[in-house]
Design a binder for this molecule. Structure first.
Ligand code: TYD
Length: 200
């Protein structure tokens, strides 16, 4: 694949506002550039199976099987949606990607090295951004039915793994505890400066 576009990933806890922030970022960038906004689990066959089949307690699969399904969805998503959009020169914004598998399946006890191995064929993003909100705050915000990923203890473990990657310089942190528009502005400014660095 010849990649001409830019691949940006937005990560965060459930209820951190990352989906809203990914949409606002797409709106801001689309004033001057062509943007494709997408999410994982994807809307493809495997992503649909994941959403319908394994995110709730009564339907839970073994953690290894879950990790493999997320990795398989990622490959399908990459081939069918991400790579074509990138080869057309678009800015691709993806709500969740490999760091979600590292943080969620890692917090469920799988080794980060194995999760990296099963995701080794997935395209690497140009930048991955973590919208950081405290686990207490996100649990207050979540009104809908909670998936198995959404207890306080799990959220704390998930956040710890995300923060480890921030410390190691792989994820860029944006403070998500501020008001929606303040977070959106900080995110947009950050992305513009990153795009400038790669001359896009
Ligand atoms: P989420 O972004 O919350 O989807 P939506 O808000 O549209 O329902 O993702 C659903 C859940 O999937 C979320 O709890 C995190 C989990 N997940 C993983 O555990 N591993 C992964 O690799 C991905 C992409 C998601």
């Amino acid at each position: 694949m010849s990649k001409k576009g830019v691949f940006i990933v937005i990560e965060g806890l459930d209820g951190s506002g990352k989906t809203t922030q990914a949409t606002l970022l797409a709106n801001n960038l689309s004033k001057t550039r062509e943007v494709f906004c997408t999410a994982e689990p994807s809307r493809g066959k495997i992503g649909t199976f994941i959403r319908q089949g394994c995110l709730y307690e009564e339907k839970r699969l073994p953690t290894e099987a879950e990790a493999l399904l997320f990795a398989a969805d990622r490959i399908e998503h990459m081939k069918n949606e991400l790579a074509p959009a990138l080869s057309q020169g678009k800015i691709v914004i993806c709500d969740r990607y490999i760091y979600s598998s590292l943080a969620y399946q890692g917090s469920a006890g799988l080794s980060l090295a194995w999760i990296k191995t099963i995701n080794a064929r997935a395209l690497q993003p140009d930048f991955s951004i973590f919208i950081d909100v405290s686990p207490e705050q996100v649990l207050k915000r979540l009104q809908r039915k909670k998936s198995v990923m959404e207890t306080l203890e799990i959220q704390q473990k998930v956040r710890e793994i995300y923060l480890k990657f921030v410390e190691e310089g792989e994820l860029i942190l944006i403070d998500g505890d501020k008001q929606r528009d303040v977070v959106a502005e900080a995110l947009f400014a950050k992305v513009l400066s990153l795009l400038k660095n790669i001359n896009y």
